[in-house]
Ligand binder design. Structure first.
Ligand code: HOZ
Length: 433
């Protein structure tokens, strides 16, 4: 595959942008090689600056659930832009957006719009602390809740990809209040809560983890956390930045039938524009300024272009529930096909999959937490990534990221992906002999 222009752009980018990218995982540093620079995308396909086409399994890390350049969203943004790109003052559209979100997801009495998933999680944690008057919180190893200081302890995504054990710049003072437990280990959480009785403000979790590959909650785990939070007066926060509006209209809360006290959103809620949101029960949300004193603000919060993009996409999802059934079918078809070729290859593997989130770990044992994800053969994943890219399939450039399916993927695209996996595994087997 010719990626000459991408190579030239990467050289040029590194002279002006740290590492040549505006978000670390994109640099391909852990998988090696040159990142491809993208020109455009439509539906299930990405086109790079050299004119190569790829079937997309990143989908902007989640937002493009209906594929790229979904016409109603593009048209709505174009129309709205003519009325000004920002006011910094209230609009009717923000009210409509909040009402729409409330009508789609459980347990959200009030919702505040922000500009990213990082902001949403950072604000939800501050609110939980302000509401409870407690400082400590529990997060899970390998979960990623954005790059606010408190969360950069044993985090997933790029922090795991680059194996950054301690993030310089995050002070000891901040991180001592961050307690961590292995994903799916209820006993470890119960022990932490017992050791820090009355001091834990919140437990925050990705209900289906997507930042160490895709990892599913084991039966009883989330239920156990919910019970513990209720008993101990701890705010239970679902980080639904990845799962929100994706696993179901009502996200993981609806899909897994677990109630959260606060929920954070990002990605799909903005249809590819910079949007995040946090919301939840009135009792807690009423402490946010200007109702209460837990301060949180943003010049671009509720930005009209971001709101119209999100509103258009969410309305479409709400009015077409069959999209979720079809996404389900596409995910199941892909899993089944991948399993056949992986089985034939003889390479030990684990596929974790729920709805339109899926990933492969080259592992002999179940992948249920960060330790099992990290002990998989991730060097093999890196080679698999490149072999797939060469065949026009764009996977996340790290084993510590979930793949996202879009509704735009056709059966032919899925078949081509399965076939590319078969060929890639054959090539890799030959190299390792
Ligand atoms: N935090 C994203 C993955 N979990 C990466 C975002 C990006 O590089 O765009």
């Amino acid at each position: 595959m010719n990626i000459q222009k991408s190579k030239e752009l990467f050289d040029r980018a590194q002279r002006s942008i740290p590492g040549g990218v505006n978000s670390p995982v994109r640099a391909f540093k852990s998988v090696g090689g040159n990142p491809v620079f993208l020109q455009s995308a439509k539906g299930a396909y990405l086109y790079d600056v050299d004119g190569n086409r790829y079937i997309d399994y990143i989908n902007s890390w989640g937002p493009m659930i209906l594929g790229h350049a979904f016409e109603p969203v593009v048209e709505a943004i174009q129309k709205k832009a003519a009325d000004s790109t920002s006011f910094g003052a209230p609009t009717e559209l923000e009210v409509e957006m909040a009402e729409l979100v409330k009508s789609m997801v459980p347990n959200v009495d009030l919702v505040r719009m922000v500009s990213s998933g990082t902001e949403a999680c950072m604000s939800a944690l501050r609110l939980a602390r302000g509401y409870t008057g407690r400082n400590k919180f529990i997060k899970f190893e390998g979960c990623y809740h954005g790059h606010a200081d408190s969360f950069l302890v044993k985090a997933g995504s790029g922090v795991a990809t680059f194996n950054i054990q301690t993030v310089p710049g995050v002070t000891g003072g901040v991180s001592t209040d961050t307690l961590t437990a292995p994903y799916n280990d209820l006993e470890a959480v119960q022990q932490l809560v017992a050791e820090n009785k009355g001091e834990i403000a919140a437990i925050i979790i990705e209900p289906v983890a997507g930042n160490m590959g895709c990892i599913l909650p084991q039966p009883g785990f989330l239920e156990g956390l919910r019970k513990l939070c209720t008993e101990e007066g701890i705010v239970f926060i679902f980080d639904e930045v990845m799962t929100g509006f994706r696993l179901a209209q009502g996200g993981a809360q609806e899909r897994l039938k677990i109630d959260a006290d606060l929920v954070t959103y990002g990605k799909v809620i903005g249809a590819g524009m910079p949007v995040g949101a946090f919301g939840g029960k009135l009792e807690i949300m009423k402490h946010i300024a200007p109702l209460g004193n837990v301060y949180q603000a943003g010049t671009l919060s509720g930005n009209p272009l971001a709101m119209i993009a999100g509103y258009t996409l969410l309305s479409h999802l709400k009015n077409n529930p069959s999209i979720y059934t079809e996404l389900e079918e596409k995910g199941a078809y892909l899993e089944k096909g991948l399993k056949v070729v992986l089985q034939e290859s003889g390479i030990p593997y684990v596929i974790n999959h729920l709805g339109s989130m899926i990933s492969i770990h080259f592992s002999e044992k179940p992948v249920v937490d960060f330790a099992s994800a990290a002990s998989a053969n991730n060097a093999l994943f890196n080679n698999y990534f490149h072999a797939m890219l060469d065949k026009g399939v764009y996977l996340p450039p790290s084993a510590f990221e979930t793949w996202f399916l879009s509704h735009a993927l056709s059966k032919e695209d899925l078949d081509r992906t399965i076939e590319a996996t078969k060929k890639s595994l054959n090539e890799l087997a030959k190299v390792s002999v």
